[in-house]
Design a protein around this ligand. Structure first.
Ligand code: RIB
Ligand code: CA
Length: 310
């Protein structure tokens, strides 16, 4: 079985934590490193949540700390959605191990330079770390084997404004740098976690019935997000955008329709800040720069999730 190498860049709160657990328990994947960034919660809390999640899985994957705020804008967090400290009912989680020494941006450059074309990058938060790394070392774009981005919304509804998804909205300038850097990226928008991609009450009950520490952890840390999602976003169940993106990275068959397009990010106006504008009909003469996920296999995504929570 070939062994794939992953680096996960994350603003670890409840759905990120489940995505991390999925990767750490996937048979042919080694998570070489986790880099953390502000986003759902302040950086220090994202780092603690990531380290706690790694330790919860009995692993020693190094966790590096990166940017504390966007390139040009003040940081805006989302504890209102994920609960105090980002982990729903579980609240303030204290890991035993400290964060790794190096800055995440420096470590991203170092690791991809040392293994060009060999490591898959999965980003689950604002793209500030990656944009900073690309600005320092543009050759990084060619060293990344492939990148799966949880972010954006392909010409459809946003979750933080009518026009934008949170990760891209936080730092649209960073997203624009990443989108135009020449990295082989698949954009998995927030739209894919809605409707029947969300976990139903019966599916959550089935996960609870697995009665494993990971199954309970996954449900408990997302309990607050479930409630807020239902109250404020019309969610039919538990929406898990980061785990869906991770499921696609683990098994690309989950993404059943994908195509390359020119994609840019609105940065100028507050109304459209962070909007990922996809030239779906290729009506501009711009060269496609991003692959876009248009449909997922909802059954397979949920199968993969359950497989990693057993
Ligand atoms: O918009 C959803 C994304 O923003 C997810 O990655 C969630 O964890 C938050 O970072
Ligand atoms: Ca996230």
């Amino acid at each position: 079985m070939t062994n794939r190498h992953f680096i996960i860049d994350t603003d670890t709160a409840s759905d990120d934590a489940v995505a991390i657990i999925m990767a750490l328990h996937w048979p042919d994947v080694t998570v070489d490193a986790i880099t953390t960034v502000y986003g759902n919660v302040p950086l220090a809390r994202a780092s603690a949540n990531a380290r706690y999640s790694v330790e919860f899985c009995g692993q020693t994957t190094p966790v590096y700390e990166g940017c504390v705020r966007p390139l040009l804008r003040p940081a805006v967090h989302a504890e209102w959605f994920h609960g105090a400290d980002g982990m729903g009912k579980l609240g303030q989680l204290q890991p035993q191990r400290p964060a790794a020494e190096k800055h995440a941006v420096e470590e991203l450059i170092r690791r991809f330079r040392a293994a060009p074309g060999a490591i898959t990058l999965v980003t689950l938060g604002p793209l500030t770390n990656l944009a900073a790394a690309l600005s320092i070392e543009p050759r990084l774009a060619g060293w990344v084997k492939e990148c799966y981005i949880m972010g954006g919304n392909a010409n459809c509804v946003g979750n933080v404004t009518p026009a934008a998804e949170f990760n891209i909205w936080c730092d649209p300038e960073a997203a624009r740098i990443v989108f135009h850097a020449g990295i082989k990226c698949l954009m998995v928008g927030w739209e894919h976690c809605r409707f029947d991609a969300a976990l139903t009450d019966d599916e959550m009950a089935a996960i609870r019935a697995l009665d494993t520490p990971r199954a309970h952890f996954a449900l408990d840390c997302n309990a607050h997000a479930l409630q807020v999602g239902r109250e404020s976003q019309g969610a039919s169940g538990m929406m898990l955008p980061d785990p869906i993106t991770m499921a696609i990275a683990l098994d690309p068959r989950v993404c059943t329709r994908r195509s390359w397009h020119y994609v840019d990010v609105a940065c100028a106006e507050e109304l459209t800040r962070g909007m990922t504008v996809v030239d779906e009909l290729n009506v501009t003469d711009h060269k496609p720069n991003l692959e876009v996920c248009w449909e997922i296999d909802r059954r397979l995504w949920k199968e993969i999730l359950c497989q990693t929570l057993h």
